[in-house]
Design a protein. Structure first.
Length: 300
C-alpha cells in the first residue's frame, strides 16, 4: 500500500463522559456541563447547546455507515471524546469493520480516562483482530489526588483496568499526564510510578483554564519543584528518555512569570467546586494548600 493512498481517521465523538475533571470544561464533558449549568459558570443557552449536541455520534448512525465506504485504505483510527469507550455506536462500527474487511493492518487509538473497560466481546473478539490497540490513559495523579482531579473516578478501578488491558498482546498502554497546578509538585513521584508499571508518559502542559497553569504557582512552590526535578534529573536512571526531556521542559516553563490574580481565581473556583461536590482541596493536597493559601492571603 502506498503511503499516499493511506487513510487516517481522527474522530472526536462528542462529549459523553462519566467524569467531570477539574481541568476539563463543559464543552468536553456532559457531566461537567450539568455542573456548569447549576453553578451558572456560563450562559445557559451556550451550555444547553453543548448538552444537546453531546451525543451526536450516537444520534447519527449514517455517519458510521459513511465511514465504512473508506475502509479499504485505512491504516489508523483515532477515537477521542468525551470518552470514546462510552460511545456504543463506535463498537458497532468496529464489529462491522471486522466483518467486512481484513483489519490486521489497522491500528486503533483511544484517549480514555482509564475508568472504563469494554465488554469481553470487544476485548476478545473485536480488538484482537486489529494490528494494534493503543490506549492513552489520562492519568494526572495517584490515589485520592487522582480521584479529586477527575471527579467520579475510583483509583482502584484504574489499576484494575490496567491489569486487564495487559492481558492482551496487541494492546499498547501509554499515559497522558496533563501537567497543572494540582499535580506538578508530585511529578517526580508520578514518573517513578509510571516506570514501575512500564508506562511511558506523554506530558501535556495545561495552558487553559489559566488558573491551573503551573506558571501561576507561588514562587516558594516553584523553587521546591525545581529542586525536586533537578535532583531526579541528575541522579535518576530514567527508563524512558521522553520523561527526562519533559521534566527539563517543565523545569524551564515553571519559571515563566505568573499572575497573582490567577491564584486568587484558583482559590475561589476550588472553594466553590469543593462545596458543590463535597470535596476538600486542603486535606487532599496539604503541601500545595500551604503554598496557595499563604500566597492568596498575602495578596488579598
Amino acid at each position: 500500500m502506498c503511503i499516499r493512498d493511506s487513510i487516517y481517521f481522527d474522530l472526536k465523538l462528542g462529549s459523553i463522559c462519566n467524569l467531570k475533571c477539574r481541568i476539563c470544561t463543559y464543552e468536553n464533558s456532559i457531566k461537567w456541563a450539568k455542573d456548569a449549568k447549576a453553578l451558572k459558570l456560563a450562559d445557559e443557552d451556550t451550555i444547553d447547546y453543548y448538552l444537546a449536541n453531546s451525543r451526536w455520534a450516537e444520534d447519527y448512525p449514517e455517519f458510521w455507515a459513511d465511514l465504512l465506504q473508506y475502509v479499504d485504505n485505512v491504516v489508523q483510527i483515532d477515537f477521542a471524546g468525551g470518552d470514546p469507550l462510552l460511545i456504543k455506536e463506535h463498537y458497532r462500527f468496529l464489529k462491522l469493520l471486522t466483518e467486512q474487511a481484513d483489519v490486521s493492518d489497522i491500528a486503533i487509538h483511544y484517549n480514555t480516562n482509564g475508568t472504563i473497560l469494554p465488554s469481553d466481546e470487544i476485548l476478545h473478539e473485536v480488538w484482537t483482530k486489529f494490528k494494534r490497540v493503543e490506549i492513552m490513559l489520562s492519568i494526572d495523579a495517584l490515589g485520592k489526588k487522582f480521584e479529586y482531579q477527575r471527579h467520579g473516578s475510583k483509583w482502584q478501578t484504574v489499576e484494575s483496568n490496567i491489569m486487564r488491558f495487559r492481558e492482551f498482546d496487541n494492546i499498547v498502554l501509554q499515559v497522558c499526564h496533563t501537567v497543572n497546578i494540582l499535580n506538578v509538585l508530585d511529578i517526580c513521584e508520578f514518573v517513578l510510578w509510571a516506570e514501575d508499571n512500564n508506562l511511558e508518559i506523554y506530558f501535556n502542559m495545561l495552558y487553559h483554564p489559566s488558573h491551573y497553569n503551573i506558571k501561576n504557582l507561588p514562587l516558594a512552590a516553584k523553587q521546591v519543584l525545581i529542586e525536586r526535578i533537578e535532583k531526579m534529573y541528575n541522579a535518576h536512571q530514567f527508563k524512558y528518555e521522553s520523561a527526562k526531556r519533559s521534566l527539563n521542559e517543565i523545569r524551564e516553563y515553571v519559571n515563566t512569570p505568573g499572575l497573582s490574580q490567577e491564584l486568587i481565581a484558583f482559590n475561589d473556583i476550588t472553594h466553590n467546586l469543593d462545596e458543590f461536590r463535597n470535596e476538600d482541596f486542603a486535606s487532599t493536597f496539604p503541601e500545595l494548600k500551604e503554598y496557595i493559601y499563604g500566597e492568596t492571603k498575602h495578596n488579598t
